[in-house]
Ligand binder design. Structure first.
Ligand code: GSH
Length: 373
């Protein structure tokens, strides 16, 4: 019953799925996307050459980190989805933040510090391919492609200082939280922990420049990153550790403080991205089942917004709304009183209105692709 996870150590989204498998005791073996079976056997079913992609022990191919997690969650009684209303929403918001909201600092701290990072990155990009005549050229091509991605997410000479200031505020606030609790919602990880780990492991908690920052300025966050890659609770510094999520649907003040910082760019960026994609949907005839391209933001859909007086322009990605939809559906499924409690919590951390931002069309994952419905 061993599953095969196609992933590489320095891949952002791989860290999320890998950690889920480790924490849930799901046996797997990891293969590089450079492995010959990836192109020959996996790609025809995965449709896109992205990682993580899983081949289950039964032979089913699942592309996308969220879909891999959903596969096991649905099969096993949703062990990592908190049951209570506010905790369930907060878990979803951190999943969204990890998958989409922290790409700017992740890309910035990876690509804009070549002196510290370049040889480390070169090793990983080179070794994610097998031996072949164009290996060196392909390594440079892949590195250039990803370097360019940093700009698509809105990092440039003018915005860099603010990207750094926002990240540092976020990191220090998260550090205060993990000083009290080993996981976001208490004593065990939820879906939000796995999502948040995506940028905080492969990029911000592993590349030399941001790793040093994390170790020197946010040791509790560093420990959480470490712990998220270990099968046991790994919280020995918490001498009165519990075993479950916090009781009574509690969201600690320290976590609300983190969400307040996240809100500063998550909210205006999501609003601007929705406007841009909705304009595109209005101007293009999109049939039900058509693919929602992950490259829309690279050319056609841009989001312009201001954070702390700094203008940003970023690519507007449909995937953000696929993740947001999950949180919105969870909210809608709640009773009215519970929705009011959730609203009050979101208001208290500057996220009011986030759950009302919608695209004109819903998104769904079908046959390993995101499609418009
Ligand atoms: N929505 C996908 C995104 C996966 C993704 O973009 N993975 C990156 C590596 S971290 C990748 O494979 N990039 C290669 C490409 O886009 O061609 C997920 O969450 O798994």
């Amino acid at each position: 019953m061993t599953h095969s996870l196609y992933a590489i150590p320095h891949s952002l989204y791989s860290g999320r799925a890998r950690s889920y498998l480790i924490k849930n005791g799901i046996p797997f073996q990891e293969f590089s996307c450079g492995h010959e079976s990836f192109k020959a056997e996996i790609l025809p079913e995965a449709k896109l050459a992205t990682i993580p992609t899983l081949r289950t022990a039964e032979g089913q191919v699942i592309r996308d980190g969220a879909a891999i997690i959903e596969y096991f969650e649905a099969a096993n009684g949703r062990p990592c989805r908190p049951k209570t209303p506010r905790q369930q929403i907060v878990s979803g918001l951190f999943d969204l933040t990890g998958a989409e909201g922290l790409l700017r600092p992740a890309m910035h701290y990876r690509w804009n510090f070549p002196e510290e990072n370049l040889s480390f990155l070169y090793y990983h990009f080179y070794h994610s391919q097998r031996e072949h005549p164009e290996r060196e050229a392909k390594t440079q091509y892949m590195m250039d492609k990803m370097r360019y991605a940093a700009m698509i997410f809105g990092v440039n000479d003018e915005s860099q200082a603010l990207v750094e200031a926002l990240y540092l505020d976020f990191l220090l606030a998260l550090d205060k939280h993990f000083e009290l609790y080993p996981y976001l919602l208490g004593w065990r990880p939820c879906i939000g922990d796995f999502g948040l780990l995506a940028p905080l492991f492969a990029h911000l908690g592993r590349d030399p420049k941001p790793l040093q920052m994390m170790q020197q300025q946010a040791v509790h966050v560093y420990r959480w990153v470490e712990r998220m890659n270990r099968p046991y609770q790994d919280a020995s510094e918490h001498y009165a550790a519990g075993a479950d999520y916090l009781a009574d649907d509690e969201i600690p003040e320290t976590l609300l403080a983190v969400l307040s910082i996240i809100a500063e760019d998550l909210l205006p960026e999501t609003r601007a991205a929705a406007e841009s994609i909705n304009l595109w949907l209005g101007a293009n005839s999109v049939a039900s089942g058509d693919r929602a391209s992950r490259y829309l933001g690279q050319s056609e859909c841009k989001a312009s917004f201001v954070v702390r007086g700094q203008q940003f322009q970023t690519g507007a990605q449909p995937y953000r709304f696929f993740q947001l939809q999950i949180v919105q559906d969870a909210y809608q499924a709640r009773a009215e009183k519970e929705r009011r409690d959730i609203d009050a919590m979101l208001d208290s951390c500057g996220l009011q209105g986030l759950l009302e931002i919608k695209l004109e069309r819903r998104l769904e994952q079908r046959d390993n692709l995101e499609v418009w419905i």
